[in-house]
Design a protein around this ligand. Structure first.
Ligand SMILES: Nc1ncnc2c1ncn2[C@@H]1O[C@H](COP(=O)(O)OP(=O)(O)OP(=O)(O)O)[C@@H](O)[C@H]1O
Ligand SMILES: [Mg+2]
Length: 260
């Protein structure tokens, strides 16, 4: 197995033009990190610290102002088409198409990849079943609960068999019990299928439950703290990490505070 990192940010910065035209705004500040194949990395940080901007850079939706983003040896922005079917995304809101049934929503990614029609349908049905949605294939999103819709979007992301899963606060609008179920379902599926995942959240417990590693961002996006979790980490160890994360987050100026 190659020891090269699977995902690498090297000195990545992203500036946006300010809406009032007065120069630029730095959202990501010389961010560097590496993620190995098979890792689940949770990214934690206060609102506005640049998590989604990092996510969009990783997904190739926006271009860095400077620095290098490398995913499996390719540039996700410049080689966007190369990543079709290789990156699965689960967004904060399910982003399902309201006029397509659950099955047709899951089929969408497979159709874009020109998969064989019969095979695609079997795959989509299989994923809906694995996510506890057998019997709901023909339901439209409006007839499904928030948790069920989010399951459909997870099924949609996994159905194309991507190597990498990117999740931007996918469970934040769900009640805690449903979120907990989906979290363990998600980590099980990632591990079982040998995927690599980046999971953004602003819940400390969620980050600790999901991540093999937790990266805490300060604003503009840069790593303020990092901890590696492993299954054998005891309760005291987790509490320690939790306290440290709380401390690191509380050191940061609130987003609403005046900028100097
Ligand atoms: N397209 C854009 N144009 C201008 N500014 C932007 C753009 N996208 C993001 N920003 C700014 O960059 C900063 C970081 O935003 P981002 O959405 O990455 O934060 P976040 O950490 O994901 O926050 P949240 O937890 O609320 O989702 C914010 O101040 C935001 O206003
Ligand atoms: Mg965000």
């Amino acid at each position: 197995m190659s020891t090269d990192p699977f995902i690498r940010f090297r000195d990545v910065s992203k500036e946006f033009p300010r809406p009032d035209g007065s120069g630029t705004f730095l959202a990501v500040d010389r961010l560097s990190f590496e993620i190995a194949r098979g890792e689940i990395v949770a990214v934690l940080g206060k609102t506005g610290c640049g998590k989604s901007t990092m996510f969009n850079l990783l997904a190739g939706l926006i271009e860095p102002t400077s620095g290098m983003v490398d995913v499996t040896g390719h540039d996700p922005f410049r080689e966007f088409a190369y990543f079709r079917g290789k990156i699965g995304i689960v967004f904060q809101n399910d982003r399902l198409m309201p006029w397509r049934s659950a099955l047709d929503n899951v089929l969408l990614g497979l159709q874009i990849l020109d998969a064989d029609k019969m095979e695609a349908e079997a795959t989509a049905r299989g994923w809906l079943t694995r996510l506890g949605l057998a019997g709901h294939e023909s339901d439209y999103p409006h007839a499904l609960s928030g948790g069920m819709r989010q399951r459909v979007s997870i099924a949609r992301a996994f159905a194309v068999e991507p190597e990498i899963l990117l999740c931007d606060e996918p469970f934040s609008s769900l009640d805690e019990m449903t979120a907990r179920d989906l979290r363990s379902e998600f980590t099980r599926l990632v591990k079982q299928n040998g995927k690599t995942a980046v999971f953004i959240t602003h819940h400390i417990n969620e980050a600790l439950e999901i991540g093999d590693r937790v990266m805490v961002f300060h604003r503009p996006a840069r790593i303020a703290y990092e901890a590696r979790m492993d299954q054998t980490s005891g309760e005291a160890e987790r509490r320690n990490v939790q306290d440290r994360i709380l401390e690191v987050l509380s050191l940061e100026r609130s987003v609403d505070a005046p900028q100097v």
